[in-house]
Design a protein around this ligand. Structure first.
Ligand code: XUL
Ligand code: MN
Length: 346
């Protein structure tokens, strides 16, 4: 048996959010980036994940020299704390030019902006010594099917990714699929779509994926199966663990909060694929409940990591031989209860 490895964890500044939702304002006071970075350090996390403008605010209005200087300042802060940048993701859903999509916008000027912004994101990642770009394709889809030509949009997506791959021969791109929200229907809703698209690019070996538990659940899929599928291709380069109670808005609940067994099966899939062995991180894309008081602000992160590690223990102590005997007998009633008893413990 290969030796079990230790997992490394990260989160992003947006995971210490202030509580605003579409129906109400923040419920906690705004905090600085440095406050968030200090919390990450205090909690003993290993890395931070970034949007390009988390790393360098106001990306669009800065010169290349300014981007470099500010990103290098951040790099020094991370170095001082013994931390690294796990990923950088272009924020392609705020600017007015991305109202109807970024790479798949019907207006060529808007598509040009989206690509230029993505290349700046790669430059920032380079200054941070990070080679992994995450593309959450937030507005690449439609509110109204007749408004866009989905066939053309596939070409636009490939062209945009090709430009990014050509810009930096070392950069890797991980597509983070989500089936809906903010769009009615997204063009790349699942890992299968992401990896099929990767194959059309100029360098498929540098295009992989990131699975988010809640996004897979919103697509009606089991995230554990998405993990096994991505790992079959060697393409799972990051993971956003969280939880989701049914088909509604993206909830980003603490890992295991809605369905402990689904969480257990994700951990089991990560274990059997030896996720993390090549340096991949476990990212917790979780948010505090809106009701959270200031003094409890980091509990969702601490709890998600704790639940994850307890489930690693459950995966490693799962009675495999007993389970296999039940599988051989096709006694799935007993197998079901074996899993439940194991999760409940003594
Ligand atoms: C959106 C989401 C994002 C990405 C990063 O649902 O998960 O936070 O992970 O852009
Ligand atoms: Mn995510």
């Amino acid at each position: 048996m290969p030796k079990p490895h230790a997992y490394r964890f990260c989160f992003g500044p947006w995971n210490l959010s202030e509580g605003q939702d579409p129906y109400g304002p923040p419920t906690r006071p705004a905090q600085t980036f440095d406050w968030k970075l200090n919390k990450l350090k205090e909690l003993g996390f290993d890395a931070m994940m970034f949007h390009d403008d988390d790393a360098v605010p106001d990306v669009d209005n800065k010169s290349a020299a300014q981007l470099r200087q500010e990103a290098k300042e951040l790099k020094r802060k991370l170095d001082d704390g013994g931390l690294v940048a796990e990923i950088v993701a272009p924020r392609l859903w705020f600017d007015p030019r991305t109202v109807d999509g970024a790479y798949t916008n019907t207006d060529p000027k808007c598509r040009k902006y989206a690509i230029e912004r993505s290349l700046r994101c790669i430059d920032i990642a380079n200054h941070l010594d990070c080679d992994l770009i995450v593309l959450w394709l937030a507005r690449e889809g439609s509110y109204l099917r007749e408004s866009k030509n989905a066939r053309k949009c596939m070409d636009y997506l490939v062209q945009a990714i090709d430009r990014m791959l050509a810009h930096d021969p070392k950069v890797r791109i991980a597509i983070e699929p989500k089936p809906n929200e903010p769009m009615d229907q997204a063009y790349i809703p699942t890992i299968g779509h992401a990896l099929a698209l990767a194959n059309l690019t100029r360098d498929p070996d540098r295009v992989g994926c990131l699975i988010e538990s809640a996004h897979a659940l919103l697509a009606g899929l089991d995230p554990a199966d998405e993990i096994d599928f991505a790992c079959t291709f060697g393409k799972l380069w990051s993971i956003h663990l969280n939880d989701q109670n049914g088909l509604k808005f993206d909830q980003d609940k603490p890992f295991g909060s809605a369905n402990l067994r689904v969480a257990f099966n994700q951990v089991r899939a990560l274990e059997r694929n030896r996720y993390g062995r090549k340096g991949e991180y476990v990212a917790l894309d979780v948010h505090p409940f809106r009701t959270t008081k200031v003094e409890h602000w980091t509990l969702h992160l601490e709890n998600s990591r704790r639940t994850f590690l307890r489930l690693v223990d459950k995966a490693r102590t799962f009675p495999e031989a007993e389970a296999q005997a039940l599988i051989d007998e096709r006694n799935y009633g007993a197998l079901d209860q074996l899993v439940i008893e194991h999760l409940l413990g003594q």
